[in-house]
Design a protein around this ligand. Structure first.
Ligand SMILES: Cc1cc2nc3c(=O)[nH]c(=O)nc-3n(C[C@H](O)[C@H](O)[C@H](O)COP(=O)(O)OP(=O)(O)OC[C@H]3O[C@@H](n4cnc5c(N)ncnc54)[C@H](O)[C@@H]3O)c2cc1C
Length: 375
C-alpha cells in the first residue's frame, strides 16, 4: 500500500481566505497543500466588489464595534500586503486609496446620513460631511440634484481577482501547492484529533493541521452556523477608459466601485435563498435604477459581466477563526461581507492558532456552541 501523502498544513478551500493563509504559512517554511473543489477563487471571492471598508460597513451594537476593530486592524495591513503581492508578480499594486463617498439622494437619505455621521464621529472615525456642491466638485459625474454626502477618506478598494492571481504566484513561489478539482468529503481524525481529509474520490491525505476555509460551504464539513447570503453584482466597462468616477460611491442598498481599465463593480443584492446562484432581473434592474439616479453616465457603459456569489454569513456577522477545542480543526470561515478586507488579519490569526496562541474571543469558534467536526 502507498504511504499516505502528508503535509504540515492542509487548507480546504481556495478562495481569498484559503490562499492568503496558504501563502503566509508557506512563507513560514510550512509544507502547505490547498484543496479546492472547483477552480481557485471561483466562490464568493470571484463575485466580491473588493471594498476595504471597515468604516462604511459599520453596524451599531457590540458586534458591530468588534467587527469595526477587526476591520480597522486588517485595513492597516492592506497596503503592505498589496505591495508584497505586487512585488511577487512584478506589477504595480492595484490597491486604490481614493476614499469613499456615501451619498444621499433626498431628505430622508440625508437624515439617515446625519445619524451615520454622528455614530462615526462618536467613535472618533475619520468622516466628513460634504455639501452636494463639494461632492460634485470631486466627482463631477454626480447628478446635480444630489442632496449631501459623507466622505470617508481612508477607505480603500482592490480587485479581488488580481489579488488571487497574485496570491497564486506568490504562494507557489513560497512552496505551497494547489490542487483544483479536489473536493473534500470529510475531515479525518486520529484519536479524535483532526489530522487529514478524505476527498470525494476516496483518496486520503494527512495533515498535521487542517484549516477549513470553505466559505459559505463550511457547514458541510463542520457544525458551524455559516449560511449562504447571495449577492448579485455586475461589472460595467467604460470603453473610454478610467475616470467617470474615482471614489467608491455608496448609496442606499448599493455601491459603485471603480477598478483599473475603466471597469466598475455595481453591486450588490443580499438574498437569503440557500445555495442558489441564479441570476434574476429585479436586483440588477434596481441597482442600475438607483445608481443611475446618482451617476447618470453609468447607463452608457458596457455590461461586461453579471455574476452571483454566496457570502459566508455568520449569526453575528463576525468571522469564526481559530482552533476548535474538541478536535483541533482550525476554522477560518464566516467572513460574510468583509472577507476581502479581513484576509490579511485572518491569515495572521490562523498562523497564531497553528503556533498554539490564543486568539481574541470575538472570533473564537466556541462562541457558537456547536463548532465541532462532522463526518
Ligand atoms: C456580491 C459580493 C460582493 C462582496 N463584496 C465584498 C467587498 O467589497 N469587500 C469584502 O471584504 N468582502 C466582500 N464580499 C464578501 C467576500 O467575497 C467573502 O467574505 C470572501 O470572499 C470569503 O472568502 P472565502 O475564501 O472564505 O470564501 P470563497 O471565496 O467562497 O471560497 C471558498 C472556497 O471553498 C471551496 N470549497 C467549498 N467546499 C469545499 C470542499 N468540500 N472541498 C474543497 N473546496 C471546497 C469553494 O469551491 C470555494 O472556492 C462580497 C461577497 C459577494 C458575494
Amino acid at each position: 500500500m502507498d504511504a499516505m501523502e502528508r503535509h504540515d498544513v492542509i487548507v480546504v478551500g481556495g478562495g481569498l481566505i484559503g490562499l492568503t493563509i496558504a501563502w503566509r504559512a508557506a512563507q513560514r517554511g510550512l509544507d502547505v497543500l490547498v484543496l479546492e473543489r472547483d477552480g481557485c477563487a471561483h466562490g464568493a471571492t470571484r463575485a466580491a466588489a473588493g471594498m476595504l471598508a471597515p468604516i462604511a460597513e459599520i453596524d451599531f451594537g457590540t458586534a458591530g464595534e468588534s467587527l469595526l476593530a477587526l476591520g480597522l486592524e486588517s485595513a492597516t495591513a492592506w497596503p503592505a500586503f498589496a505591495d508584497e503581492l505586487a512585488a511577487a508578480i512584478g506589477e504595480p499594486s492595484r490597491l486604490r486609496t481614493d476614499g469613499t463617498l456615501i451619498l444621499a439622494r433626498d431628505r430622508d437619505e440625508a437624515e439617515a446620513l446625519e445619524r451615520q455621521l454622528a455614530h462615526r464621529e462618536r467613535l472618533g472615525l475619520p468622516v466628513e460631511r460634504l455639501l452636494a456642491s463639494e461632492a460634485r466638485r470631486i466627482e463631477p459625474a454626480l447628478v446635480p440634484s444630489l442632496r449631501m454626502a459623507l466622505s470617508l477618506p481612508t477607505e480603500a478598494s482592490v480587485d479581488p481577482r488580481w489579488v488571487c492571481d497574485a496570491l497564486l504566484v506568490a504562494m507557489r513561489a513560497a512552496g505551497a501547492e494547489l490542487r483544483e478539482g479536489a473536493a473534500v468529503a470529510s475531515v479525518t481524525r486520529e484519536s479524535g484529533v483532526a489530522r487529514g481529509v478524505e476527498l470525494e474520490s476516496g483518496e486520503r491525505l494527512a495533515g498535521e493541521h487542517v484549516v477549513l476555509a470553505t466559505g459559505a460551504w463550511a457547514g458541510a464539513l463542520a457544525n458551524v452556523p455559516v449560511r449562504p447570503v447571495k449577492g448579485q453584482i455586475m461589472l460595467l466597462r467604460d470603453p473610454e477608459g478610467e475616470g467617470l468616477v474615482t471614489h467608491t460611491l455608496r448609496f442606499e442598498h448599493g455601491y459603485l466601485v471603480p477598478r483599473a481599465d475603466g471597469i466598475y463593480a455595481l453591486g450588490a443584492s443580499a438574498e437569503e435563498r440557500g445555495f442558489d446562484l441564479t441570476i434574476t432581473a429585479r436586483p440588477l434592474y434596481e441597482l442600475l435604477r438607483d445608481a443611475s439616479e446618482l451617476v447618470p453616465g453609468i447607463l452608457d457603459l458596457e455590461v461586461a459581466e453579471i455574476s452571483a456569489g454566496l457570502r459566508p454569513g455568520s449569526p453575528d456577522n463576525l468571522p469564526m477563526i481559530g482552533t476548535v477545542k474538541e478536535d483541533g480543526l482550525i476554522l477560518a470561515c464566516g467572513h460574510y461581507r468583509n472577507g476581502i478586507l479581513l484576509a490579511p488579519l485572518t491569515a495572521t490569526m490562523v498562523l497564531d492558532a497553528i503556533a498554539g496562541a490564543e486568539l481574541p474571543d470575538v472570533v473564537a469558534p466556541a462562541r457558537h456552541t456547536h463548532a465541532t467536526v462532522v463526518g
